[in-house]
Design a protein around this ligand. Structure first.
Ligand SMILES: Nc1ncnc2c1ncn2[C@@H]1O[C@H](COP(=O)(O)OP(=O)(O)OP(=O)(O)O)[C@@H](O)[C@H]1O
Length: 313
C-alpha cells in the first residue's frame, strides 16, 4: 500500500502549493488526481517519486517511509517509475531501443519479446526501428509510456500521459494501457486535467483546488453528487439555477448536467432558446430562463428565440 500522509509543500515560503494531502492507494489501484493546470498535480507526483524532500508530512510504501534526494544519491525508487511531461527519451536511438534501455541484455530473446509486448500495448509496433527524433509528439509519448512499463514497476506515476495523443488514438490507448496495468496489478497514480482520462478507468478520483483535495470518491460518486458547479464542470457542461425557478420548493440552487434537463411538449417551466450546437449523436441547446442559461441535451436543434418547455429529471 502507498500512503500519502498529510503532505504539504511550498517551493517558496510565501506560497504553499499543496496543503494536507492525504490518501492511500492499494495494490493494483488506479488513482486519478484531477485539477486545473497549476494546481500542484505534478508537484505531488514528484514528491511521491522522491524528487524533492518532504518537510511536512510523509509518503510510505508498505509502511516504510520513502526518502527524498537528501538521502539518495540518485532520486527515485527502483519499484516506482515516473513519467514526467517531458518524456525523457533518447532522441538518437530507435523507439525499440528506448523501450528496452533498462532491460538486461543477457537474455536477448526475452528482451525483444518484452519490447514487442510493450510496443503492442501502446500500438507502436510499426515504428520500432524509427529513431525517436523522427517521431511525432504523440508517438514519442506512447514510446515514453512503454519505456516506463518495461521493468514492471510496482507503482507507476503518470503526468498527463495522453496530452499529446490525438483523439483518434486516445480511447484505444487508454483502454489498452489501463487493462494492461490492471492485469499486471500495477498501482497507478495519474495526474490529469482531463476527466475522460479518469472517468472510465480510475478506481478513485481526487480533485485538487487551492492546494487541497476538495472532493474524493469513485468516478460515479463524484459525477452524480458533485458538491458544487466547479466540481461538476470537470466532467461535463453544467447549468446552475435556483431551485425556485425550476419549481423545486427548496432553498439553494440545482446543479444540472445537460442530460438531466429535458425539452418536453408542455410543462410549467418555460425557456427561450439562444443557440443549438451539433454534437454528433445529439445537440446541446442553450436556453435561458429569465437570465439564467441552461445547457440541455436534445435530439434536435431549435431556432433562436423559440419558446420551449423544460422538465428536470
Ligand atoms: N520548481 C518550481 N519552483 C517554483 N514554483 C514551482 C516550481 N514548479 C512548479 N511551481 C509552481 O507550483 C504550482 C504547481 O505547479 P505544478 O506543475 O505542480 O501544477 P500542475 O497541476 O501539475 O500543472 P500542469 O498540469 O500545468 O503541469 C504552480 O503555481 C507552479 O508555478
Amino acid at each position: 500500500m502507498l500512503e500519502i500522509k498529510n503532505v504539504s509543500y511550498a517551493y517558496t515560503a510565501k506560497k504553499p502549493v499543496l496543503k494536507n494531502i492525504d490518501f492511500t492507494v492499494s495494490k493494483g489501484e488506479y488513482i486519478a488526481l484531477l485539477g486545473e493546470s497549476g494546481c500542484g498535480k505534478s508537484t505531488l507526483l514528484e514528491l511521491i517519486y522522491g524528487l524533492m524532500d518532504i518537510e511536512d508530512g510523509e509518503v510510505l510504501y508498505h509502511g516504510k517511509k520513502l526518502l527524498g534526494p537528501k538521502y539518495h544519491l540518485i532520486p527515485g525508487h527502483p519499484f516506482m517509475k515516473y513519467l514526467a511531461q517531458d518524456f525523457s527519451l533518447m532522441p538518437y536511438t530507435t523507439a525499440a531501443e528506448n523501450v528496452g534501455e533498462f532491460l538486461s541484455n543477457i537474455y536477448k530473446d526475452k528482451k525483444n519479446a518484452r519490447i514487442q509486448e510493450l510496443l503492442e500495448v501502446v500500438d507502436m509496433v510499426d515504428f520500432a526501428h524509427i529513431k525517436v527524433k523522427n517521431l511525432s509528439g504523440g508517438q514519442k509519448q506512447r514510446i515514453a509510456i512503454a519505456r516506463v512499463l518495461a521493468k514492471e514497476p510496482e507503482i507507476l506515476l503518470l503526468d498527463e500521459p495522453f496530452s499529446h495523443i490525438d483523439n483518434f488514438r486516445k480511447n484505444n490507448l487508454r483502454r489498452s494501457l489501463f487493462n494492461y496495468l490492471k492485469k499486471q496489478k500495477i498501482t497507478c497514480v495519474v495526474a490529469t486535467h482531463d476527466s475522460t482520462d479518469a472517468l472510465s478507468f480510475a478506481d478513485k478520483l481526487y480533485l485538487i483546488r487551492d492546494q487541497e483535495i476538495i472532493s474524493k470518491g469513485t468516478p460515479e460518486e463524484i459525477y452524480f453528487n458533485p458538491k458544487n458547479k466547479y466540481i461538476a464542470s470537470f466532467f461535463n457542461e453544467v447549468s446552475e439555477i435556483s431551485n425556485k425557478e425550476i419549481g423545486i420548493n427548496k432553498e439553494g440552487n440545482a446543479i444540472l448536467y445537460p442530460e438531466q434537463i429535458n425539452i418536453v411538449e408542455k410543462s410549467d417551466i418555460k425557456a427561450i432558446v439562444d443557440q443549438s450546437y451539433f454534437k454528433g449523436n445529439h445537440y446541446l441547446v442553450e436556453a435561458f430562463i429569465n437570465k439564467t442559461p441552461l445547457i440541455i441535451k436534445s435530439d434536435r436543434s431549435y431556432e433562436k428565440n423559440s419558446e420551449v418547455f423544460i422538465e428536470i429529471n
